[in-house]
Design a protein around this ligand. Structure first.
Ligand code: SF4
Ligand code: SF4
Length: 405
């Protein structure tokens, strides 16, 4: 699609990139069938093809109209459309560029600005998050309180620590703590530490670990998001042994870290660092699949977050590992359900759509009555836990808990 850029955007560096991406879309519509918001609403403007057309219009008319923000805000950034697109359209990158323009030029309602501002502040205040989740875990018996929260409060399973002689460690890896995860589900990384220790892999953490930047960047606050990314890049450069792998147990953070090079221009002083460090980031499944695991089997439903499947191309990897370890996997949710509706801040900013998507996903996961539902991202973990009575865990927690090693 040819785009005639409005003079207002002619000197904007991102506009040229947006124009290239817009040109790569041939308008075929293969992406629409896999789009969760199109499946729910049946409106072309809530499909990837429709959103691409809206972004094109935005660049041509030189202003952000209400319809642009309404339909672009409804996008989950689940990347299902990228998986379905035969032309390789970089939809997420295009959407991020559009969101940056919306943040700079579009006057949102007071309510929208307030909720976004509050979310950004709360989710990046680690001390507050830790205290809040601790209090909520203690008050879990107040069922009426939990019911009104936009997230579930999963139990923190007790993790059996593994021991290994220090001199026998074969490798050292860094475990990323993650802002929300270290407050909401700290046992996920405890479990990973125990599993890796049992395989003679030493683990270290980053002191005062900064946010990966996903929260701010995907809300269109690009300067703040890049600032977060720079802080984390510099911490890794200064604290982590050269060449050490960086392991993420939250697929939402992992996908952002693997994409770091896209967020910096080649002339940026941190561009080379972003390429080098993002190349060392792996999802937890990419390290745990190197070892053999044996478990006390349980019947489980596996939820694969879109940030793992569409974002990192690792949709089947965790399932294969769990099957190989001896778990019994239920059929689970149909593959046509691309997203559970958590999508970062989506469950708070688009609560009605998010709940519909969650209920569909939970119904699929609950089919065949699993004992436990497992997932691979903290946002999905909390979101699914709010919609089911079946315990929800990160698959790493369950692997550690049931492991016979
Ligand atoms: S990212 Fe997901 S919700 Fe957004 S347009 Fe693509 S498929 Fe639809
Ligand atoms: S994004 Fe891809 S699949 Fe969707 S309309 Fe454009 S070219 Fe076709």
């Amino acid at each position: 699609m040819k785009t005639s850029l409005h003079p207002r955007f002619e000197n904007l560096p991102e506009a040229a990139r947006a124009e290239t991406i817009l040109r790569s879309c041939v308008h075929c519509g293969f992406c629409t069938s896999g789009c969760p918001t199109y499946q729910l609403l049946g409106d072309e403007n809530d499909s990837p093809r429709g959103r691409i057309a809206l972004i094109k219009e935005m660049f041509e008319v030189g202003e952000v109209k209400e319809a642009h923000s309404t339909h672009l805000d409804r996008c989950l950034t689940c990347r299902s459309c990228e998986t379905h697109c035969p032309s390789g359209v970089a939809y997420t990158e295009l959407l991020d560029i559009a969101k940056g323009i919306m943040a700079d030029t579009h006057a949102r309602s007071l309510r929208s600005r307030l909720s976004r501002g509050v979310l950004r502040r709360i989710l990046s205040a680690q001390g507050l998050l830790k205290t809040g989740f601790k209090a909520l875990r203690t008050l879990r018996f107040l069922k009426w309180l939990i019911r009104w929260l936009p997230v579930g409060i999963p139990r923190v399973p007790k993790i059996q620590q593994a021991t290994h002689k220090t001199e026998a460690f074969s490798q050292t890896v860094v475990i990323l703590e993650g802002c929300v995860q270290q407050a909401a589900t700290p046992s996920v990384n405890e479990a990973l530490r125990a599993l890796l220790t049992s395989q003679a892999v030493a683990t270290i953490s980053i002191q005062g670990e900064a946010c990966c930047g996903a929260l701010n960047y995907h809300l269109g606050e690009h300067d703040q998001g890049r600032q977060d990314m720079r802080r984390l890049l510099h911490q890794v450069r200064d604290q982590v042994p050269q060449g050490a792998l960086i392991v993420s147990t939250a697929s939402g953070c992992g996908v952002t870290l693997k994409d770091y090079a896209k967020f910096f221009s080649p002339s940026d002083p941190d561009y080379a660092l972003a390429i080098e460090i993002s190349g060392r980031v792996i999802d937890v499944v990419e390290i745990l699949q190197r070892y053999t695991w044996n478990v006390e089997p349980r019947r489980i439903a596996v939820h694969t977050p879109c940030t793992l499947s569409h974002g990192q191309g690792l949709g089947e990897a965790a399932k294969q590992l769990l099957l190989g370890a001896g778990f019994e996997l239920t059929v689970g949710a149909p593959a046509s359900l691309a997203c559970c509706g958590s999508a970062g801040t989506y469950s708070v900013l688009q609560p009605a759509l998010s709940k519909q998507l969650r209920d569909q996903m939970v119904a699929g996961l609950e089919r065949d009555a699993p004992e436990v539902i497992v997932t691979a991202n903290v946002g999905c973990h909390l979101h699914l836990a709010a919609g089911t009575a079946i315990p929800v865990m990160h698959w790493v927690e369950l692997l550690c808990q049931q492991s016979q090693q």
